[in-house]
Design a protein. Structure first.
Length: 382
């Protein structure tokens, strides 16, 4: 898991001479170099900041002012990763675990963002979000991934983030000042003091307490990628992996009860890097066969003349499938339909009232229609 934080994100677009901070809910969110030189930085309360710098200029944070810039840098991350969870407009977590070389990709993500935004990127990686956060705060690059327990051992026990603050303070009160001290305890000792929370405490101290990244950006979309141990050249192999992508996306669509018509196919080659093809299809896709056919259509748009390193697919602008019930009694033999219909109607009447559903024979008929029917019966006219 990679944590990305863009320092100076909120200050960068503001042209101002003198000390300046951006404030959200009474707390400094970002500060310019003049303010930092005079001792005010992120996390200060606005009141304390003004006490330190009387001539400080305060700008109130507004989400809409930064929405476009936030979308731009997050879209840049999509070139490298499909599982992105924004924490704030300037912070996001990326799950790179599906890539065969996550360390190399992490470096490329950071370099790409620094070049695109012109901002310094604070980053950290770990087996979970909370470990990656601590790695970014302590300037670690590598140990938190390779040996999370060793990375956590010298840190204060108050930084055992998956544990409730009251339990962390209690651990410190009991004399366990470092996370490594907690990791040495046995489960019986912890259980005698913390009950059912003991196992979570022990796992967290070892760095194995999970905290996965959720794929919530872009909203209303699903995506997947496949990386190949060696470049693919045959169309049969490409076709098989397009089918695999379609199966993954189709299963997730059906699980969510969603459909989509905007599809992207991403192709990575050695010389061209990632190339993306997009099309809006007339008919929404709900399952694997339709997605597979659409991916094949995108692949056929332009021939790829070199081996393929990876493939990716994304469905955007998803919406819920509007379901309908074709019959009250489902599929049944003709002999059973009348009995099932009576039972179903009786259950509906019991739950929702006698007028909730009516048989055709019980539907009210307009007076004009009744008069015409009687006229037809008397005269024999049809």
């Amino acid at each position: 898991m990679l944590r990305i934080q863009l320092d100076g994100f909120y200050i960068q677009p503001i042209q101002h001479c003198g000390p300046l901070v951006v404030v959200r809910e009474g707390v400094v969110l970002d500060s310019n170099p003049d303010a930092r030189l005079r001792g005010v930085s992120e996390g200060f309360t606005a009141r304390n900041a003004i006490n330190i710098i009387p001539n400080l200029t305060l700008r109130t944070w507004r989400e809409d002012d930064y929405r476009e810039r936030c979308t731009k840098w997050l879209d840049g991350c999509l070139d490298f990763c499909d599982v992105i969870e924004p924490e704030d407009q300037h912070v996001a977590y990326l799950d790179l675990s599906g890539h065969p070389a996550p360390g190399e990709i992490a470096v490329r993500v950071v370099e790409s963002l620094e070049k695109a935004t012109g901002l310094p990127v604070r980053f950290g990686a770990g087996p979970s979000k909370w470990v990656a956060f601590l790695a970014s705060q302590h300037g670690d690059w590598g140990q938190a991934v390779r040996e999370p327990a060793a990375f956590l051992a010298p840190l204060p026990v108050l930084e055992l983030l998956p544990i409730a603050m009251a339990s962390r303070e209690r651990l410190r009160f009991l004399g366990y000042r470092k996370i490594g001290d907690v990791a040495k305890l046995d489960i019986a000792t912890l259980r005698s003091q913390f009950g059912e929370e003991a196992l979570t405490i022990l796992r967290a101290a070892a760095g194995s307490q999970g905290d996965p990244v959720e794929a919530i950006y872009p909203p209303d979309s699903i995506a997947d990628r496949v990386f190949f141990p060696s470049p693919l050249e045959s169309l049969e192999a490409i076709d098989a992996n397009l089918r695999l992508l379609a199966q993954c996306l189709g299963g997730r669509l059906m699980g969510k009860g969603q459909e989509g018509s905007s599809l992207e196919l991403s192709i990575e080659t050695e010389t061209a890097g990632w190339q993306t093809r997009t099309r809006e299809f007339a008919k929404p896709m709900r399952a694997q066969p339709a997605i597979f056919a659409a991916l094949q259509a995108l692949w056929s748009e332009t021939p790829i003349e070199e081996p393929v390193l990876a493939l990716g697919a994304r469905l955007r602008n998803l919406r819920l499938v509007v379901g309908f019930q074709p019959a009250l009694v489902g599929r049944a033999r003709a002999n059973d339909r009348v009995v099932r219909l009576e039972r179903t109607v009786a259950q509906i009447h019991t739950t929702f009232g006698e007028r909730a559903v009516l048989r055709a024979s019980e539907m009210p008929v307009a007076r004009r229609v009744r008069v015409l029917r009687e006229w037809q019966n008397v005269l024999g006219w049809r």
